[in-house]
Design a protein around this ligand. Sequence first.
Ligand code: TYM
Length: 375
Amino acid sequence: MPKDEQEFVVTPWEVRGEIDYEKLIRDFGTSLITDELLERIKKYTGELHPLLKRKIFFSHRDLGWILDRYEEGEKFFLYTGRGPSGHTHLGHLVPWIFTKYLQDKFDVELYFQMTDDEKFLHDPKLNLDDTAAYAYENALDVIACGFDPKKTFIFIDTEYAKTLYKIATQFAKHVTFSTVKAAFGFDVSTNIGLIFFPSIQAAPCFFPSVLKGKNIPCLIPAAIDQSVYWRVARDVAPKLNFYKPAEIHSKFFPSLMKGGKMSASEPESAIFTVDSPELAERKIMNAFTGGQATIKEQMEKGGNPDICPIYHYYKILFEWDEKKLAEIYESCKGGCLICGDDKQKLAERVGSFLIEHQKKRDRAKDVIEDFILRD
Ligand code: TYM
């Protein structure tokens, strides 16, 4: 990955700069989701989800193969996860909302990993009790997305170790330090927990196959930052006689500040699901925009929605009507939309969303055990 400040960086632990997604596809060796593939998905889903239509989910590996298997009557399972280093933000919800849509449309199981070990190993400030506590907090957000309790299995690495460890160990035997060094940028000062960890994140690609005693195709919806894990998982899978996991990747929910993604480590860049509507409003009103410096200039020259996080909020989560989204885009570009008004409207929508989500989150506390997988 480039070290130059001008360039962008995308790793599982750091996303920085203006991201060139086409270059990422080339660098990571993934494929663009074509219109032909979208038509194939539409056969099973009816309407396409706005996140697909708008190419927020834009890249994949082996999605066509997953559909081939499905057409032949071989159901896949979904696998996604969260590194519980803090509260959930709206960016994390993007892959989960999309995963829920896939679960509904294809009627499939979801295995959801909470990597409390990864976040403990990576962040010097966190201890294992912190990360396990956040795993339970984050699970409430997952459940609040509406997943089917009979088909959704959430597991926390340190608590589900008996099952995970055996598969991770078999996996690890096929991965050298040289491979993870090249893939993840590890060096001799990296702690050995992190060096082993990729095998823990790979294990769930396979354990439903182990649990059920037959090979089951796996589809992973996540943002593209996680794809390096699956590159290693796909190399090893055939050596263990498993299918290679397939992937579908999203772009990032942007930071409220200039450039980069919404990130938990920069609280002003992000809206957390536990934020009050008032706090969310304050963050939105302070956000960077694609607008001009003054109202006069905005009306004369128009704004630039393409670089504006406020516009992207609408595009990704808060305006799913195509016509209304196009109106926001055009009126921003044409200078009729003033940033302050646009922000205020968005703050109201985000506030209502948070109130609803927080109610569902509270209700999730009563049913959390129905979702947790234990061994
Ligand atoms: P984590 O906790 O960094 O992120 C959880 C999920 O959210 C995605 N994501 C985003 N998506 C859109 N916009 C953003 N700004 C944004 N920030 C994060 C991530 O891609 C991820 O899908 N190691 C993982 C945990 C994990 C996992 C998995 C993730 C374990 N198994 C399988 C995906 C699939 C992690 O720390 O995710």
